[in-house]
Write a new protein. Structure first.
Length: 604
């Protein structure tokens, strides 16, 4: 089909393997279930599947190939083994890419979108993937040269079938993306309003009476006042959708054997040096910073930047002498001080050759940790807490958390949030791998948005009621000062004679930017820009911090001529943001109606 491009047998394996779908995606909701939905602990028959999307399988071979090729390519590129955190990131990225491809390919098929042969050939020739554009292989004088790219495509030694398949898959998805984003239309009136919001300015003088200057006895607030405030602000107390989970963490901690193996390696390398091997030749084994491996790349550093245990040895080590093995929590060091000097401003500076052997999980330990997590899940039918206790671990229960942000006790864990909000209470997850541990999660509770009863949030209502009372006192005091201002006294003189008030002026402020004194308080910003003219705003404004008397000293309108010169650029910017929002909302709706099952546990 593409004979003009394909002549041989070996092109771009790494590039194509890491060319994930080139669209903007949100994180997809997933039903991370290894076990069937009947509550049994019997694993599903998923020997050849990494997972399923709306019932359609994603093969384990496809997933493994994508992950392994990416890992190999990254290791070759960096010259370093891929660490656990990066490996987990690559696995998740590969999985999400395959899920996204499956979901969007189905949607594109249902809409009748496809890629013709001429479209694929044109795209391959004229729209190279970013991996090619950035590759040194296709650079001339520091710029991407498409003629070099074309020469590579037409070289008989190269096989473009994998590349063609990538474009044939992506082109319908790009058409789908364009259709969705085409709904985002920006009018001239919207552009002008956006420009005004950013460029209309004002300068303001103000008297502020801070609410903090007034005292309220919180414990003395009666029930009627609490009820009144609660009734008037119910919408402010409405919760978001929340979940509570119970989890067990199986940490990836190196074993005693791992520690001994790392120490033995460091000790054996030290013996090699003592037997006559050049110390710098041993730096190939070091995983310390490149500028701390001696030789021409060594940099001057302060001993204070070194780990405590290393610093204590180095400060007493003569230049040129090699230390014994130094033990510190991250691993083992053998160090030689290459040079030393005193700097007038930085103090003692040294250059070192640090042979650092990190403490890492062996393959056996990694497998043991993963197997422990699997064993806990298999025994979780008798209770997650009991299953954890059998392995010397403890199940923890979270505070309620939302669909975004952090999970108390677990930090940033979007995959756990997805599980909690995609599954019913009582559901227990398959073991999920994170950079530093494996976790098994049970959904304890799901709470839909609601207004808590006053009895559930009495303390919060009491605090807010007290603050409202302080603000009311501040506004009442400011009202007396406004009368004096309207009577002809200057704001400066009033502030000087009243210990409860302060006077200040602002720099130029806009509707959107945070400004000193005024902040971004909409109850203040709105009246400032709503004022038709300069001068005193004839009412006290209740701001977040207290009562305000404002005088608009200068208003600087947005420049229509400047807007006209920037309109095209502004339209592009606003349209891109609007398109991203439209696409994100559409993808969120699509994910809500999708069922994604993840069977990857134990695959690696």
């Amino acid at each position: 089909m593409f004979d003009e491009l394909r002549k041989g047998s070996k092109l771009f394996t790494y590039f194509v393997a890491v060319a994930f779908v080139g669209l903007i995606f949100i994180v997809w909701g997933a039903d991370f279930q290894l076990w069937s939905g009947n509550g049994s602990n019997t694993p599903r028959n998923v020997a050849n599947e990494a997972g399923r999307v709306n019932g359609e399988p994603i093969s384990r071979n496809e997933y493994s190939t994508m992950v392994n090729r990416t890992l190999q390519g990254m290791a070759a590129q960096t010259g370093q083994p891929v660490d656990d955190q990066t490996r987990v990131m690559i696995q998740n990225q590969a999985w999400q890419s395959l899920v996204q491809q499956a979901l969007l390919s189905k949607e594109a098929r249902e809409r009748g979108l496809s890629a013709t042969d001429p479209e694929v050939v044109f795209a391959v020739m004229n729209d190279p993937l970013p991996q090619f554009v950035q590759s040194p292989q296709f650079q001339r004088d520091g710029q991407f040269d498409i003629s070099l790219y074309h020469a590579m495509l037409q070289d008989p030694a190269n096989d473009t079938r994998g590349l063609e398949a990538q474009y044939a898959m992506n082109l319908p998805l790009e058409k789908l993306q364009k259709r969705v984003m085409a709904t985002a239309i920006v009018s001239d009136a919207e552009l002008w309003n956006q420009y005004r919001m950013q460029n209309e300015k004002a300068k303001v003088s103000y008297l502020m009476v801070p609410s903090g200057n007034f005292q309220v006895n919180e414990s003395g607030i009666d029930e009627a006042a609490l009820q009144s405030y609660y009734d008037a602000h119910k919408d402010d107390f409405r919760t978001q959708r929340e979940a509570v989970i119970r989890w067990v963490s199986v940490p990836k901690v190196p074993s005693a054997d791992d520690s001994l193996a790392a120490y033995d390696l460091a000790a054996s390398l030290l013996e090699d040096h003592k037997s006559g091997q050049d110390f710098l030749e041993l730096m190939d084994y070091s995983e310390g910073p490149a500028n701390q491996r001696g030789g021409e790349n060594a940099a001057w550093i302060s001993p204070n930047t070194l780990p405590t245990q290393v610093r204590a040895v180095v400060q007493a080590l003569p230049v040129g002498e090699v230390s014994d093995v130094i033990v510190e929590p991250r691993g083992f060091h053998v160090v030689r001080v290459e040079e030393m000097q005193e700097d007038e401003t930085k103090g003692k500076q040294i250059k070192i050759a640090d042979l650092f052997i990190p403490l890492q999980l062996s393959s056996d330990t990694y497998q043991a940790v993963a197997q422990t997590a699997i064993a806990i899940r298999q025994a979780a039918g008798d209770g997650l807490g009991a299953a954890a206790a059998d392995h010397g671990l403890k199940a923890m229960e979270s505070q309620p958390f939302g669909q975004t942000g952090f999970i108390p006790g677990l930090g940033n864990a979007p995959e756990l949030q997805q599980f909690a909000f995609q599954n019913q209470p009582g559901t227990i997850s398959a073991p999920m791998e994170r950079p530093n541990d494996w976790v098994v999660v049970e959904v304890v509770e799901r709470r839909e948005p609601h207004v808590p009863a006053l009895s559930e949030i009495t303390d919060r209502v009491r605090r807010e009621t007290a603050e409202s009372m302080r603000r009311e006192k501040a506004v009442a005091h400011a009202q007396k000062l406004l009368t004096r201002v309207q009577g002809g006294e200057s704001m400066e003189d009033i502030a000087a004679s009243d210990s409860l008030a302060t006077f200040d002026t602002t720099d130029e402020i806009t509707r959107l930017a945070f400004s000193r004194g005024i902040g971004n308080d909409p109850d203040l910003i709105g009246p400032i820009f709503a004022a038709a003219n300069t001068g005193l705003i004839p009412e006290v404004l209740a701001g977040r911090r207290g009562g305000f008397i404002l005088r608009v000293d200068e208003k600087i309108p947005a420049d229509r001529a400047a807007f006209d010169t920037q309109k095209a650029q502004l339209r592009e910017s606003v349209t891109q943001a609007r398109q991203g929002e439209a696409l994100g909302n559409w993808l969120a709706d699509l994910s809500e109606s999708s069922t994604v099952r993840d069977f990857r546990t134990g695959l690696f």
